[in-house]
Design a protein around this ligand. Structure first.
Ligand SMILES: Cc1cc2nc3c(=O)[nH]c(=O)nc-3n(C[C@H](O)[C@H](O)[C@H](O)COP(=O)(O)OP(=O)(O)OC[C@H]3O[C@@H](n4cnc5c(N)ncnc54)[C@H](O)[C@@H]3O)c2cc1C
Length: 475
């Protein structure tokens, strides 16, 4: 029997598991998918919000400001890319500036540091490519960017290195309360006994809550579409550029990513189907038009891919973190700024467990660090020569667009949480994320996966399940 079962290996489950792995307890994280971070965590803006957006006094505001303050140290420990690039919310008219002043005041109340209202002249100094139509902006120097799935992989990997267990392809289907905890059944007949459950199941958190008789909230999907531009455009802006937010969200933003691309989006549209991750011509057109209103000269022809993420929008207007019955915690409705808030949510949940009388004794040997990864493209010539002398596989470049070596791909397949499919390797190494989007390197990576996992090439998948790539030999 486990002490704690976390349902959902998104960024929220990841941060909770890492925080809990600092204590002498047994932890299991389950997810229905074939890799971690495949829900909302995989497809979002990657912004560490400063914390002026959320209503003062809400859990969203509290967790956002705390989480963003914790992010630098956590990413340092996990070896995850993080950039404190600052954010600007631009206003186009007098009404916008009034809203920005309200956001400024709300931010001050929420405890956001160094917020500033700036005029057009200062805005232009900070961002020369911003539209001439902007009147002024709210400047948040504490805003930052991070790679959300890299953070999740890092946090779960670190929890696993500190003895947490991860079970993928475990779709929770039924939960039976027992005297001393719960029995949890997966759809394919696996069974887990646990004393406590943490429900961090994103879009499906309402279904999980219903399995233990909690019908108090609903989650619906709110679609957000994106366009990602080639690295050649990554320097068009240095800050994250927002527009004045509306009831549906923060509007179309223009931001550099930590990997040097330019990201435009997201749209915001309530939909019915929790599985619908399609992008739409209307959505992409809206992104193009609005992004060009914010920043001049975006070369839309440099788009290399488009994608879509689904926000887990709850019906309460705030994060839903509560205890509907003994030994069970909901961590639901974690829409934006959930990525920014996740580190603080991890700590908050541990405090809740302490209040529920779970005995939490700190480990003296908790290791906060991940084993260093070897990004060949970021090494100096001396470092490159040194690593190739130790292992010649680092000298064989597999992904030419991003400069990823065979050594890095092998590392990704053997480091917690291990990559087992093509997209898993991609998220860990960036292979296939460049201009050709994997057209050149995918066949080589499939061969490496088959060899390292000791499986036939026909069994290598793109993203688990039935997503096989090769069906047999032609000759
Ligand atoms: C378009 C968009 C833009 C966003 N931009 C930002 C941003 O810039 N900054 C920010 O701070 N936040 C942002 N967010 C919010 C952020 O992405 C989320 O708050 C965060 O990813 C939520 O993480 P999670 O772990 O709660 O959910 P998820 O990542 O969805 O994880 C839930 C997990 O539960 C698993 N699961 C579900 N049901 C079951 C089951 N029955 N059995 C087992 N496993 C199950 C799923 O497979 C999934 O992996 C954005 C979100 C979207 C969609």
């Amino acid at each position: 029997m486990y002490d704690i079962l976390i349902i959902g290996a998104g960024v929220v489950g990841a941060m909770i598991s890492r925080e809990l792995s600092k204590y002498h307890i047994s932890i299991c994280i389950v997810d229905k998918d074939s890799d971690v971070g495949m829900g909302a965590t995989k497809a979002n803006s990657g912004i560490v919000h400063a914390g002026f957006d959320a209503r003062s006094g809400s859990l969203k505001a509290l967790m956002n400001v705390k989480g963003s303050q914790m992010m630098k140290q956590i990413t340092d420990e996990l070896g995850v890319k993080y950039k404190n690039n600052g954010s600007l919310v631009i206003g186009f008219n007098k009404e916008d500036i009034e809203v920005l002043t309200e956001l400024y005041n709300q931010g001050i109340q929420n405890g956001v540091q160094n917020l500033e209202m700036i005029d057009r002249k200062r805005l232009k100094e900070l961002e020369p490519n911003i539209t001439d139509n902007a009147l002024g902006a709210l400047y948040a120097p504490t805003g930052a960017i991070v790679c959300p799935y890299e953070l999740t992989i890092g946090a779960i990997g670190n929890a696993m290195d500190n003895d947490a267990e991860l079970k993928l392809k475990f779709q929770v289907d039924k939960i039976e309360p027992q005297n001393d905890g719960y029995t949890v059944f997966s759809k394919d007949g696996q069974v887990i006994q646990t004393q406590y459950i943490i429900n961090a199941a994103g879009l499906w958190a309402d279904d999980i809550a219903r399995m233990v008789g909690d019908f108090s909230f609903n989650i619906h999907p709110r679609r957000g579409e994106y366009m990602l531009l080639d690295k050649a455009c990554g320097n068009l802006v240095t800050h994250t550029i927002f527009r004045v937010p509306s009831k549906m969200g923060k509007g179309i933003l223009v931001t550099p990513t930590v990997d040097g691309n330019l990201l435009l989006g997201p749209t915001s549209e309530d939909i019915a189907d929790k599985e619908n991750k399609e992008t739409t011509p209307q959505g992409l057109e809206k992104i193009m038009n609005q992004a060009l209103e914010n920043v001049s000269g975006i070369p839309i022809r440099s788009v290399i891919t488009s994608f879509c993420g689904l926000r887990s929008t709850g019906n309460t207007g705030d994060f839903i973190i509560n205890t509907p019955r003994s030994n069970f915690i909901n961590v639901a409705g974690i829409e934006s700024p959930g990525l920014s808030a996740a580190p603080a949510i991890g700590k908050y949940v541990v405090d809740m467990l302490k209040e529920m009388d779970l005995q939490l004794i700190k480990k003296t040997d908790f290791n906060p660090y991940r084993p260093p990864s070897h990004a060949f493209r970021e090494m100096s010539i001396e470092e490159k020569n040194k690593i190739i002398r130790t292992n010649s596989k680092y000298g064989k470049i597999i992904c030419r667009c991003e400069g990823i070596s065979e050594g890095e791909i092998i590392e990704a397949i053997h480091t917690n949480p291990k990559a087992t499919d093509l997209d898993g390797v991609k998220r860990r190494t960036r292979s296939g994320m460049g201009r050709c989007q994997g057209g050149f390197c995918s066949p080589f990576i499939i061969e490496i996966l088959a060899r390292e996992l000791n499986i036939p090439i026909e069994e290598v998948t793109k993203f688990g399940g039935k997503s096989i790539i090769n069906i047999g030999k032609t000759k």
